[in-house]
Design a protein around this ligand. Structure first.
Ligand SMILES: [Zn+2]
Length: 322
C-alpha cells in the first residue's frame, strides 16, 4: 500500500526540527526544544500523532484514570510529559463533576489540558470517566452506573459529557466507567450521546459478558476493557514489579490495555518506573500504540483488522482503493 512517503512513525516536530528515528510506537523528540520556555504553548509543535500503517502483534492503549481539578495536578503534568517525551498516546478518563468541584472551561485545570492537547495533537484523548465518580450501587462490588435505571444513567452521562465538552472543547467519544463496572443499560445510555466505545475492566467483562477475545462488540458498542494494571495491591498501592509487567507485555497478544492512575506518580522513583515501562513498549516495532478512541474508530471502520494472529492497520484503505 502506498503510504504517501510517510515517515516511519509520522510523529514529527514541525519543519526545521531534527528527528531521530527509533523503533517502536514512537519517534523520540528533542527534549531541549520541547522544554524551551520561549516556545508558544498554544501552537502545535508537531504533526498530529498517527500510528504508521502496517502489521502489529499487539495494540497498546495506556489508560490513565481520574484526572480532576485540584488534585495532584503536578503529578498529572509529569505523567503527561512522559508520554509527550516518548511520543506514546495516552487516554485519560477525566472525572467531570466531583460533588464540590465541577469542570469549568475557565479553570486552570481545563486550560492546562487544552494547552497540552494543542501542543501535541492526537497524542492525548480525554475520555468520560463517569459523572461524579461516586459508588451508587453494589453492582459487581460497586458501581456508579450498573444497576440503575436508564433515565438516571442517561441523565448522568449526558451531564458529564457536556461538562467535559466545555472543558476540552470537543465531545468525548469513549467512556471509562468508574470502578470498571457498567451494565447493558449504561451502554444504551452511552449510545444516546454517540459514545460507542467503553473501557471497563477485563475481570468485570469476563463475568458480565463472558471471557472472549478482545475487543468484543455487544449491545451496540465496542468493549475494550483494561487488561493490565500497574497497581498490584490496592491496599498498599504497591506497583507490579517492572520486570514482571514487561514480561506480561511481552506475552500479551492482541491487546495490552494498561491502566494507571496519575495520582500515584508522586515521587521520582515512580515516575522513572513509568518512563521505563512506556519507553520499553515504545521500542517494540511489533506493538502499535493508540488512544482508546482512535483504536475504536479504526476497529469499527475496518481500518484495523485482526487475522492470522496479527493486526493489519490500513487507515483510509477504502478511499485509496476506490
Ligand atoms: Zn476512577
Amino acid at each position: 500500500m502506498d503510504i504517501n512517503g510517510w515517515s516511519r512513525r509520522k510523529y514529527l516536530f514541525a519543519a526545521g526540527s531534527s528527528v531521530s528515528a527509533l523503533s517502536g510506537c514512537s519517534e523520540r523528540i528533542d527534549a531541549a526544544t520541547e522544554n524551551d520556555p520561549s516556545r508558544d504553548e498554544n501552537s502545535p509543535n508537531r504533526e498530529p500523532y498517527q500510528l504508521q500503517p502496517g502489521t502489529y502483534n499487539t495494540i497498546v492503549i495506556f489508560r490513565n484514570d481520574d484526572p480532576q481539578p485540584g488534585f495532584r495536578s503536578e503529578a498529572l503534568r509529569k505523567v503527561e510529559e512522559i508520554f509527550i517525551d516518548t511520543a506514546v498516546p495516552l487516554t485519560s478518563g477525566v472525572i467531570p463533576m466531583l460533588p464540590d468541584n465541577k469542570l469549568t472551561a475557565e479553570s486552570e485545570f481545563c486550560g492546562a489540558l487544552r494547552r497540552r492537547d494543542r501542543r501535541v495533537p492526537e497524542l492525548f484523548e480525554y475520555s468520560l470517566h463517569g459523572q461524579t465518580h461516586q459508588t451508587k450501587t453494589n453492582f459487581y462490588g460497586g458501581s456508579e452506573f450498573g444497576g440503575r435505571s436508564f433515565e438516571h444513567q442517561r441523565q448522568d452521562i449526558s451531564r458529564g459529557a457536556s461538562q467535559l465538552t466545555d472543558c476540552i472543547g470537543r465531545r468525548p467519544s469513549t467512556f471509562v466507567p468508574p470502578l470498571n463496572t457498567y451494565d447493558e443499560t449504561t451502554v444504551q445510555a452511552l449510545l444516546t450521546e454517540d459514545i460507542d466505545v467503553v473501557s471497563g475492566g477485563k475481570w468485570f467483562t469476563d463475568q458480565y459478558y463472558e471471557p472472549q477475545p478482545l475487543p468484543f462488540e455487544a449491545d451496540g458498542a465496542l468493549h475494550v476493557p483494561g487488561t493490565h494494571d500497574i497497581v498490584a495491591d490496592w491496599q498498599t498501592v504497591e506497583f507490579v514489579p517492572l520486570e514482571e509487567l514487561k514480561t506480561e507485555f511481552d506475552e500479551a497478544n492482541r491487546l495490552f490495555v494498561c491502566m494507571l492512575h496519575y495520582h500515584h506518580f508522586t515521587d521520582e522513583e515512580r515516575l522513572r518506573y513509568l518512563e521505563k515501562l512506556v519507553s520499553y513498549v515504545a521500542d517494540h516495532d511489533d506493538a502499535g500504540c493508540m488512544t482508546l478512541g482512535t483504536f475504536g474508530d479504526a476497529y469499527l471502520s475496518g481500518d484495523l483488522t485482526w487475522s492470522d494472529n496479527s493486526w493489519d492497520y490500513a487507515p483510509n484503505s477504502e478511499q485509496e482503493e476506490s
